[in-house]
Design a protein around this ligand. Structure first.
Ligand code: WQD
Length: 341
C-alpha cells in the first residue's frame, strides 16, 4: 500500500481527497497546522471512512518537524494542499502569502529530496492563465499576467517545480490546475468553511440562503456574455478529489515524468446568474441579490479544456451543476456556522 503525505489534508479540497485516497487503497498521512481548518475534520474523516487516520499537527515550514515525519514513515508521494488561498487577503498581506506558500513548498521539497521521495502532486489553479480571453484554457497556453499575490504564488511554485524537474530527471511532478471548486461530501459533514465573509461565489450564496448574509452582490452584469455576468467552470470537489488519486496512479505507473501541468475542470461554463438560479432550485426559495460594480481582476469567461486529464489520467468530471449546488447547500444547511458550533 502506498503512503501519501497530505499537507493541508484537513482543508476543503484536502479532506475530500483524503477520503478518495482511502477509497482507492492509498494510506494518507495528514499534516496540518489547522490555521485555516478544524481539528474536528480528522475525527469526521475517520468516521466517514471507517479508518484510523494518522495525522501530525505541524506547520510545513517547520523543517525539523517534517524531517521527523519523513524518518518515522516510509512515504511514497506527497500531495501539497497547504497554502493560503484568499485572493483579497493576499493583496493586503503579500509577504504573509509569499512566506507561507513559497517557504512551505520549498521546505517540503527539500525534505522530499533528502529522503529521496520524488513524487509530488501540487494544488495549482486556473488563475495561472491570468487575464486572457482565449477560452477554453489549455495547458499549452502560456501562464499569464496574474493580478494578485495569491495567484502569483501558484505561478512561482509551478516555475520552481519545472526548474526542479529539469535539474534532476528522477522527479515526477504534477501540478493540478483547479477551476472553480463547488459542492461537498454527500454526508454534509465536511465542506467549505471560509473564515469571515466569503470571497468566493458559492459560500457567499449559501450563506445568504441560510440567513447569515443579507444578499449576494453580483460583481458586474455588463460583461460580453449571454446574461452579462461572468462565466466560470465549476467542478465538484469529489471530482477534484478523484483527480488526485488518478494523478498519483499516473506518477506511480510512469517513471521519470518530469513536470506536467494538468487542468481539472468540467469544460462547461455557467454564468454567475445561472449558478444563483441553480442554488435557488436546490434551496427551494429565491435568493436575494443586487448588481454591483465589477470586481478588479475578474475575467469575463473562464473554462477548461480537460482533454489532457482524460488522456493521461483517465479522469473526467462526473457531477452536474445540480449535484454541486445540492451538495454545497446540504453542507451549509447542516452546518450554518461551518465547523465552529
Ligand atoms: C466567481 C465569479 C465573481 C463573489 C478565485 C481564484 C481562483 C480559485 C477560486 C481559490 C466571479 C463572481 C463572486 C461574490 C460575485 N482560488 N462573484 N459575487 O474569481 O473565478 O476564482 O477563486 O481558492 O484561483 O481566482 O472565483 O468564486 O471568487 O468568483 O459576483 O460575492 O463570481 O465576480 O465572476 P474566481 P470566485
Amino acid at each position: 500500500m502506498k503512503t501519501i503525505l497530505v499537507p493541508g489534508g484537513a482543508g476543503y479540497i484536502g479532506s475530500h481527497t483524503v477520503l478518495d485516497l482511502i477509497k482507492k487503497g492509498f494510506n494518507p498521512i495528514i499534516v496540518d497546522d489547522f490555521s485555516n481548518s478544524n481539528k474536528k475534520v480528522i475525527t469526521i474523516l475517520e468516521d466517514l471512512s471507517g479508518t484510523k487516520i494518522s495525522f501530525y499537527e505541524l506547520d510545513v515550514k517547520n523543517k525539523e518537524g517534517l524531517r521527523k515525519i519523513f524518518s518515522e514513515n516510509k512515504i511514497d508521494a506527497v500531495i501539497n494542499f497547504a497554502g493560503f488561498k484568499a485572493v483579497g487577503e493576499s493583496v493586503e498581506k503579500p509577504l504573509m502569502y509569499y512566506e507561507n506558500n513559497l517557504f512551505g513548498m520549498i521546505t517540503l521539497l527539500e525534505m522530499m529530496k533528502e529522503f529521496n521521495v520524488k513524487n509530488i502532486v501540487f494544488s495549482s489553479s486556473a488563475t495561472v492563465y491570468g487575464i486572457s480571453d482565449k477560452v477554453p484554457f489549455v495547458e499549452t497556453d502560456p501562464m499569464g499576467e496574474v493580478t494578485n499575490p495569491y495567484g502569483r504564488t501558484k505561478v512561482i511554485i509551478e516555475n520552481i517545480l519545472m526548474d526542479l524537474a529539469k535539474s534532476d530527471k528522477t522527479w515526477n511532478i504534477i501540478a493540478l490546475r483547479y477551476f472553480n471548486p463547488l459542492g461537498a461530501h454527500e454526508s454534509g459533514r465536511i465542506g467549505e468553511d471560509p473564515n469571515g465573509i466569503p470571497n468566493n461565489l458559492s459560500p457567499y450564496i449559501t450563506q445568504v440562503a441560510v440567513g447569515k448574509l443579507e444578499k449576494l452582490h453580483i460583481f458586474g452584469n455588463d460583461y460580453n456574455t449571454t446574461d452579462g455576468t461572468c462565466i466560470r467552470d465549476f467542478i465538484h470537489v469529489n471530482d477534484l478529489a478523484a483527480g488526485h488519486s488518478a494523478a498519483l496512479n499516473y506518477l506511480f505507473n510512469n517513471k521519470n515524468l518530469g513536470f506536467e501541468a494538468i487542468n481539472l475542470g468540467s469544460e462547461k461554463g455557467y454564468s454567475v446568474l445561472e449558478i444563483l438560479h441553480n442554488f435557488e432550485k436546490a434551496v427551494g426559495k429565491e435568493i436575494p441579490y443586487i448588481i454591483d460594480a465589477r470586481r478588479a481582476g475578474d475575467i469575463a469567461v473562464c473554462y477548461a479544456d480537460a482533454s489532457k486529464a482524460k488522456k493521461l489520467l483517465n479522469w473526467e468530471a462526473k457531477y452536474t451543476i445540480e449535484d454541486m449546488c445540492r451538495d454545497s447547500w446540504n453542507w451549509q444547511k447542516k452546518n450554518p456556522n461551518g465547523f465552529k458550533n
